[in-house]
Every structure is written in C-alpha cells, then in structure tokens.
Design a protein around this ligand. Structure first.
Ligand SMILES: [Zn+2]
Length: 391
C-alpha cells in the first residue's frame, strides 16, 4: 500500500543515516578502487567479485557468482526475497552495475586512491565503483532503518560492460526481463543529472582484400587494399545523419606492409551511434551491403549494433518519481541524454522501465583525473534508498 509507505518513508532520516556513515562508505569505496579490475583480467575481476559478494552478504543478501570461461565472475544478489512469494507478489527491482574498468593493472601506482578538496580520485572510482557502493549503502540504509521495499531487490554486477557485455548477456537480459524496473548505477551526468536517454552503440570492422604487387616493376598488376579502403571510408562517412542522431567514426585503420608493395590487405574499425531504434536495421543493412569499388577488390564486413538506444519513454515515468522523491532530500534532479551506451540500453530495449545515472557524481570517467564529489555520496545513497522503498 503506497500511502502507508509514504508515511513510513522519512527522507530526512535516510539522508542523516547516510551522512552519519560517510566514512564507512568512503572506506568501502577505497577498498573497491584498490582492487584493480580491468575487463578481461579474470583474477582481478574475480577478487573484486568476491569482495562485493562478501559486502552484499553482510547486508543479508543471497549472493551467487556466475562464471564464464572467457571473463571474470559476475555477481548476482537478492534482498528481501524470502517474503516476496506470499506478501509481496510484485516483480523485483533490479540494480544494475559493472565490476570492470578501463584501467590496466598497475594504474594505481601512478593514480592512487586519494582524497583532496572534497573529491576522491582513483581508477574506476566514478565509472563505476562509487555506483556499486551507493547501491550497497542504499540497501544497508533501508535494512538499518527497518524499511523494506514493496518487492524483492536484485542486483547484477556485470564483468565486461566496458567491452560490450558479451559474456553474461543472456543472464543479464534474463534478470532485466523479470524486473518491474531497472535502476542503473552508472555515473550521473554533469551536475548530478540522471540519464534518461542513451544512444545505441555499434562497432563494425571492414576488411579489404586486394592483390600485392611490386610498386615499381609491376604496379598495374596490384589491387591496392588501402586505396579501396580509403574510398569505402568516404562512402561510409556519407551515411552519417547527425540531424537524427546517427554518427559514425572510423577510429582505427590498419593496412599494408611496405611503401614499395601494393597493399594486399587493409581494415578499418567503425564506431556507430544511433538515437532511433529503426536506424539499427538501416545502418546494418548498408554496412552489410557494401560493394567493392575496384572490381577485383573483396570486402569482408562484421560487427553490428550491440546496444540498442535507451529511449526516453522507458525512463520518463521513473524519472518523474525520482524527481519527487529527491525534493525532500534537498535535490533538484535534472535529466540528461548521452551518446555513451551502458547495460541500461539492453534492459530498456526489452521494454522494461529503466533509469540510468544513479551512481556517483563527478567527472573524468576513463580519464586521468577521474573523481567523485564526496559530499554527493550520501545524497545519492539516500536517493536510491528512497527509490527502492518508494517505487
Ligand atoms: Zn560504466
């Protein structure tokens, strides 16, 4: 019954509890940052997964590690699950996060965890170790204050989000599909705004096969893969439709062996962003349909859109509720859209209400000055606790 929960839910008590435990939150965050966890470094991801699993169990979560031969462990936890079958028939809420970062092992040596001027710095601190800590403390806060959500709460911590979420995609989709709403612990947009739309993301690789020849003695016998690739790149770039949010970036080209050899092989990697779901088919069809310009060149194309767009309509209802719940916490929540994708895209594409950007507030994700604003930590944890209890 929503009204009685409203009475029960005293936002200022959530916030004062979180503020009183800021030191403990920050200590947990330090420990998480100091377990370096680059995507695909299995032993390190596994260490962080075990650490997070222990933290979740301390909050009475039922926790499992998922294994995969080519990736570190993912973590699945459940809270308030036992009672849900009888008195709480609702589908669970799902918290979505990722353990992996873009920082290689050894980064800590030159970029250690440190606190200065009200900010905390370190590799992966914003994207997204602070988000996981916020999730953990939202649960901890509700438990400590004797509050419970209207349904069970599940948490899924992926291990290869920074590399397109291939390993546990099936399990992730399964978790999202059974949830009534998905709350994504990715960093906030500038100024603490929540992310209510995200572009879809794809990557393609175009490989050109030509024919090698001596550039001085017999150039006409060759088919230059580089020349073909250059012309294909111009063609591909002409497909951009920035007015409707479709952009393309040829970010990597490789090819050839020596300057006196007509290049036999060349390849390009192309990043694609889309705002409209319909553009997935549009761009994939064009990419796959690429024809050689030189009649004797051969093209090979693979890849595709691996994260569909997170459409605003999936987030709008949840954002309105979050805005309402944030006001008594002294927060005037804003919303933002971003060109970057997350696992939130995957959940939203299933038609599940999804709200993203509930993690830390800061700047410099994937950059040397990556940091969070410390005083926002308790506010974000209180906001998330209010959402869990108030949805
Ligand atoms: Zn992230």
């Amino acid at each position: 019954m929503a009204p009685s929960r409203e009475v029960f839910l005293n936002p200022s008590s959530l916030l004062s509890f979180c503020r009183a435990h800021l030191d403990a939150m920050l200590e947990g965050l330090r420990q998480a940052v100091e377990i370096e966890s680059p995507t695909h470094c299995r032993p390190q991801i596994d260490r962080l997964a075990r650490f997070m699993a222990a933290e979740l169990r301390r909050r009475h979560g039922r926790v499992r590690l998922l294994r995969h031969p080519a990736a570190g462990a993912a973590v699945v936890g459940e809270f308030w699950g036992r009672q849900s079958s009888r008195s709480r028939p609702q589908k669970p809420l799902l918290l979505l996060g990722h353990l992996d970062t873009v920082w290689e092992v050894g980064t800590l040596a030159r970029m250690p965890f440190r606190v200065r001027g009200g900010k905390a710095y370190g590799p992966g601190i914003l994207d997204m170790k602070s988000g996981i800590i916020i999730g953990l403390w939202a649960i901890h806060t509700l438990r400590s204050l004797g509050l419970s959500p209207a349904s069970s709460v599940r948490i899924f911590l992926n291990s290869d989000e920074e590399a397109s979420s291939a390993a546990f995609r099936r399990q992730l989709l399964q978790e999202a599909r059974r949830a009534r709403a998905v709350l994504v612990l990715e960093p906030a947009a500038a100024g603490g705004a929540l992310k209510t739309s995200r572009k879809g993301v794809g990557e393609f690789r175009l490989t050109v096969h030509g024919r090698a020849a001596h550039a001085g003695i017999n150039p006409a016998a060759g088919v230059s893969a580089i020349s073909e690739l250059a012309r294909q790149i111009l063609r591909i770039e002409s497909w951009a439709r920035p007015d409707r949010g479709l952009t393309l970036n040829v970010g990597v080209v490789e090819g050839g062996t020596r300057s006196n050899v007509v290049a036999e092989r060349a390849s390009a990697r192309i990043d694609v962003r889309i705002s409209r779901p319909a553009d997935q088919v549009w761009i994939e069809r064009r990419m796959r349909g690429l024809q050689p310009i030189h009649p004797e060149a051969r093209l090979e194309i693979d890849g595709g859109i691996h994260r569909p767009p997170l459409e605003h309509r999936r987030a709008a209802g949840l954002f309105a509720r979050a805005k309402e719940l944030a006001r008594p916490l002294g927060m005037e929540l804003e919303e933002a859209s971003t060109g970057g994708g997350s696992d939130g895209n995957l959940a939203a594409a299933l038609g599940i209400p999804t709200l993203d950007g509930l993690g830390g507030v800061g700047d410099g994700a994937h950059a040397r000055d990556e940091h969070i604003v410390i005083r926002e930590l308790p506010r974000r944890a209180a906001l998330l606790a209010a959402l869990l209890a108030g949805l």
